[in-house]
Design a protein around this ligand. Structure first.
Ligand code: CS2
Length: 486
């Protein structure tokens, strides 16, 4: 295969039955997005392009920021920001080239460029998909100051007028430095929109930003920035949803055959996509509602339903599936033993803890979720969903446990999910295999100390709500279920 996707390819051809291409691209950057992984490209980048196609408003190009490595920058920059979204439904597939990303920056090497983009008058929205782990929180939920120290030190220097290009070490630190740069540049209002799977993601982010400012600058110096955050910056919450597995060599080859050129940035996704956004913007924004996003005053019922029903069930299937030797979520959910437990968790444990968002039938939503997981073409791996358990479990299962235990019920499905996670951890430790979790050292210690590893893992600080960690009936249900794993 010769040639690579890029501007030349775009102008040289037209849509075919197999591939659609963007008829128009944004003219300038209006959004800085932190965490340009596959999810963002298959989700917000598509909504943003659809809004452009519906309105003709070319102000909303995206500058993507990649955090941990330069890979996405090196994939997309030579392609003029273009990438394919390969949509794989149960019965159909399609390929679309998306043009809403104008460039990608890697702030370990070009932090100053990102700060300038956040400060620029044309930029009105900063969005984030940095994963649960990217929020740099301690187990008690406060900012992990040590994890963002380098950025806080850089912020203090920038505050004193230092214009050196200090590399960024963390997403939260970079965000705070960007906001401070905007404040210094005149302080035009801006919206910071979290698109991560955290309950009340907007409020959590706002609190962390304020903690970072206070930790970086001495009392008096922090005050003007904090009061600007109060008056000129909003942090709406949002719920995002699309299943986006990792791109494989097979996908790359399929897409190259369809495009006639190589596309190193292609992402794969299911047909479904959803975005519910709290309508609390400090300034202008893209007309994402014209692309199917829903704007509401209260995202919480949507967030809770998605975290507890979709993500909670996803985690259960991933751990149980990985332990049973299933590589993909679709294979795991086709296993009758796992499917039965997933249904117990979803319908008996999680669903009764929810108030339905307006117009949503929770039972139908639950069935739709199981149908989406069953899509055999996605090949979403159990390994991928099983990563970072200590960061995900509190968001997904914590409130379900609290509600059901308060109602006097031991949630058998959630207990099975916890048992599957513990079985997964114990096996990885026993086999000396990779344990993909930022708290892997603590997990290994809990798994190998003498005594009962189940209670020790359940008692890990910050994992479960206190009443669940203390519940003898829950611990006993989890221990019994752990014993039933092969
Ligand atoms: C998944 C999510 O990896 C995971 O933990 O549960 O990434 C899930 O695929 C998305 O939230 C779907 O919107």
């Amino acid at each position: 295969m010769t040639g690579r996707l890029g501007g030349d390819w775009l102008t040289a051809g037209a849509d075919t039955a197999d591939v659609t291409r963007p008829p128009v691209r944004p003219e300038r950057v209006g959004i800085v997005h932190l965490g340009i992984g596959a999810f963002h490209r298959a989700h917000q980048a598509v909504f943003t392009e659809d809004a452009l196609l519906a309105t003709g408003d070319t102000r909303w190009g995206i500058l993507g920021v990649t955090q941990r490595s330069a890979t996405v920058r090196d994939q997309l920059r030579p392609q003029d920001g273009l990438f394919g979204v390969l949509t794989l439904g149960t019965d159909e597939s399609s390929l679309r080239v998306v043009g809403s990303v104008l460039d990608v920056a890697f702030p370990a090497e070009e932090a100053a460029r990102v700060l300038a983009a956040v400060a620029a008058p044309d930029t009105h929205v900063i969005t984030l998909t940095v994963t649960e782990q990217g929020y740099a929180r301690t187990p008690d939920g406060t900012l992990d100051v040590a994890a963002v120290r380098a950025d806080l030190d850089a912020l203090a220097k920038e505050h004193e007028g230092d214009t050196g290009d200090h590399p960024a070490g963390s997403a939260i630190g970079l965000l705070v430095r960007g906001l401070a740069a905007r404040h210094r540049a005149g302080g035009a209002p801006i919206t910071v929109l979290s698109c991560d799977n955290l309950a009340e993601n907007g409020h959590v982010l706002e609190r962390l930003v304020r903690e970072a400012v206070t930790a970086a600058l001495p009392g008096d110096a922090a005050a003007p920035l904090l009061s600007w955050l109060d008056t000129a910056v909003t942090f709406p919450a949002s719920m995002v949803d699309r299943l986006v597995p990792a791109t494989t060599d097979e996908h790359l080859a399929d897409v190259a055959a369809r495009l006639g050129v190589r596309d190193d940035g292609v992402v794969v996704a299911e047909p479904f996509r959803q975005w519910v956004v709290e309508d609390r913007f400090a300034g202008p924004r893209p007309a994402w509602e014209r692309a199917g996003a829903v704007f509401t005053d209260d995202v919480r019922p949507w967030e809770r339903a998605k975290l507890r029903l979709l993500n909670g069930t996803h985690s259960l299937i991933a751990y149980a599936g990985a332990v049973a030797g299933h590589t993909t979520i679709s294979a795991a959910v086709a296993d009758p033993a796992i499917a039965a437990r997933a249904r117990t968790y979803l319908f008996d444990d999680a669903l009764p803890t929810l108030t339905a968002p307006p117009g949503l039938d929770l039972a139908a939503y639950g069935e739709q979720i199981l149908g989406r997981f069953a899509n055999p073409h996605l090949r979403h791996t159990t390994e991928k969903v099983a990563t970072d358990g200590t960061q995900k479990i509190p968001q997904r299962w914590g409130e379900v446990l609290t509600h059901r235990l308060a109602a006097g019920v031991v949630p058998e499905g959630a207990a099975y999910g916890l048992a599957a996670w513990i079985a997964f951890v114990l096996r990885r430790v026993r086999d000396d295999a990779p344990l993909p979790d930022p708290r892997a050292d603590e997990l290994r210690a809990a798994a190998t100390a003498s005594g009962d590893p189940v209670s020790r893992l359940l008692a890990l600080p910050g994992l479960l709500p206190a009443e669940a960690a203390r519940s003898a009936s829950l611990t006993s249900a989890v221990s019994t279920a752990v014993g039933q794993f092969p």
